[in-house]
Design a protein around this ligand. Structure first.
Ligand SMILES: *[C@@H]1O[C@H](CO)[C@@H](O)[C@H](O)[C@H]1NC(C)=O
Ligand SMILES: *[C@@H]1O[C@H](CO)[C@@H](O)[C@H](O)[C@H]1NC(C)=O
Ligand SMILES: *[C@@H]1O[C@H](CO)[C@@H](O)[C@H](O)[C@H]1NC(C)=O
Length: 223
């Protein structure tokens, strides 16, 4: 009988220990919703997320996820190339930023190459501005965002690096409020208007602008 108790105690301790290294329920649930969002859209790379929810209860061990090892909260999420097929066209995907609301300590988010468009009504990046207080890197490259999303990025005052390359921006809207932004990527952009480039002078921390393969030949037309 005593052995039985010792065994049960050990099991309980193992369980508590396991739980203490776990990701938060709300973060795990959101990851599963993100997986369902891609699956529902028929995203060709959905299989990258197949392991999510299957192997471990602890989402900090899942692929493409990094957690802080003291708070066990998600700090990095790489969702690049999920809605992507190297050979064939894929359906546009509407951004639903609500899916990212629980990730309060998120520092790095990669959404590149997902054929993303602006976002459902009231589901844009502005939703995340007051939530992601430690947000440092956002990669939106290789999507189909247009100038209408730029104003929704303005509140990200902690952001240090922003990649907007290879989208449908034409430069008709400025970037403001990104006080900590050091590096901006605007590669492969066909600038028809100069407002976006003109606004960069108001970003106090900007050190590096990448704009290779971009086209500026329309600048100053009609002036
Ligand atoms: C926590 O992670 C950092 C880097 O992410 C690493 O340098 C450090 O050793 C880790 N600490 C523990 C206790 O695992
Ligand atoms: C966006 O995601 C949230 C959170 O999962 C969900 O409640 C909402 O229904 C989604 N919106 C749409 C239009 O799919
Ligand atoms: C920009 O994208 C949004 C969302 O997809 C769309 O509703 C809007 O018509 C686009 N604007 C332009 C000028 O293409």
């Amino acid at each position: 009988m005593r052995q039985m108790w010792v065994w049960m105690l050990l099991m309980a301790l193992a369980f508590v220990n396991d739980r203490s290294h776990c990701c938060l329920d709300e973060e795990r649930i959101s990851l599963l919703e993100i997986k369902a969002w891609f699956n529902h859209a028929g995203a060709p790379g959905s299989y990258y997320l197949d392991g999510w929810g299957k192997e471990h209860f602890n989402c900090c061990n899942w692929d493409w996820v990094v957690c802080d090892n003291t708070t066990n909260r998600l700090i990095e999420l790489d969702l690049s190339y999920v809605n992507y097929d190297g050979l064939n066209a894929v359906e546009d995907l509407d951004l639903n930023a609500s899916l990212f609301l629980p990730f309060k300590e998120l520092e790095i988010l990669d959404l590149s190459a997902n054929q993303l468009v602006g976002g459902l009504k009231n589901q844009g990046f502005q939703l995340l501005v007051s939530r992601l207080r430690q947000f440092e890197e956002l990669d939106l490259s290789d999507n189909k965002f247009n100038d209408s999303i730029l104003s929704s990025l303005s509140g990200f005052s902690t952001l240090k690096s922003l990649d907007l390359s290879s989208n449908m921006f034409i430069g008709s809207t400025g970037l403001n409020g990104l006080r900590k932004l050091e590096t901006l990527y605007l590669d492969s952009t066909d600038f028809m208007e100069s407002i976006l480039i003109g606004s960069l002078g108001t970003l106090p921390s900007l050190k590096t602008l990448h704009a290779s393969d971009s086209n500026f030949k329309h600048f100053g037309k009609g002036q």
